[in-house]
Design a protein around this ligand. Structure first.
Ligand code: SIN
Length: 191
C-alpha cells in the first residue's frame, strides 16, 4: 500500500450522513488538536498498544530520512489511553491530510474514562503501508528520534510532548517513557 492514504480514507463512508462522530487520538492528536471539536474527553481503547513503529516522511522526518512516530499495534488484552474528540465529518478532510503518511481510518469502540462508550474512529498505520518501520529496541528508537527532523519540527519534540501529554492523563506508558528516558540520556550535556 502506498504511503499516501488520502484516497483510501476518502473512500470510507462509515460516518457519511452522521452529524457528529468520535475520534480517538493516541499520539500527536492528544496534544495537538488543530481542528474544531465539540467536546473532548480522556478515553481508552482495548486490544491495542501504542508503538513508535511508524515512519514519518512528512511531519517529523523526510522521505530520505524518515522520523519515527506512533501507531497502534493489535495487542489482545492491552489498553491504550488517549483523548476522544467529538467532531463533525467535515473534519475528515483536514485529518486525512494530516494523517496521510500511512494511516487509515479504523473503526473502534471507545470507552470514556468518565463512563460510557461509543463507536468511533482512530487513525492506524499498519504493517502494510510502505512507511511502516516496525519494531526496534527502545534505545535504537531513541537514537533514531534524536537525529530526525521534518517540516513539523524535531522528532524529539513529538516524543517529549507525547510523554508530557500522557503524564497529564496520569497514564504510564512504559514504551513511550523508556524511549523518553533514553533520549534524555542521549541529549544530556556532558559535565
Ligand atoms: C494519533 O495521534 O492518534 C495518530 C498518530 C499521530 O498523528 O501522531
Amino acid at each position: 500500500m502506498s504511503a499516501n492514504t488520502i484516497r483510501l480514507n476518502q473512500a470510507m463512508s462509515h460516518f457519511d450522513g452522521h452529524d457528529t462522530l468520535w475520534l480517538f487520538g493516541y499520539g500527536s492528536l492528544i496534544y495537538k488538536a488543530d481542528f474544531p471539536f465539540l467536546e473532548r474527553k480522556p478515553a481508552r481503547i482495548h486490544n491495542w498498544s501504542r508503538r513508535f513503529w511508524q515512519g514519518s516522511h512528512d511531519h517529523r522526518g523526510t522521505p530520505e530520512q524518515p522520523g519515527r512516530v506512533v501507531t497502534l499495534i493489535a495487542a489482545p488484552g492491552k489498553v491504550c489511553e488517549g483523548m476522544a474528540y467529538l467532531i463533525t465529518p467535515e473534519e475528515f478532510a483536514h485529518l486525512d491530510f494530516r494523517e496521510k503518511n500511512g494511516y487509515l481510518r479504523v473503526l473502534t469502540d471507545i470507552e470514556f474514562r468518565g463512563g460510557g462508550c461509543a463507536q468511533g474512529v482512530a487513525y492506524v498505520a499498519d504493517q502494510n503501508n510502505s512507511a511502516f518501520l516496525g519494531p526496534a529496541s527502545e534505545l535504537e528508537i531513541a537514537r533514531h528520534i534524536v537525529r530526525s527532523e521534518g517540516p513539523s519540527g524535531k522528532n524529539s519534540d513529538y516524543l517529549l510532548q507525547l510523554a508530557e501529554a500522557l503524564r497529564g492523563l496520569d497514564e504510564v506508558d512504559e514504551h513511550v517513557f523508556a524511549i523518553e528516558r533514553h533520549l534524555l540520556e542521549l541529549t544530556a550535556s556532558p559535565l
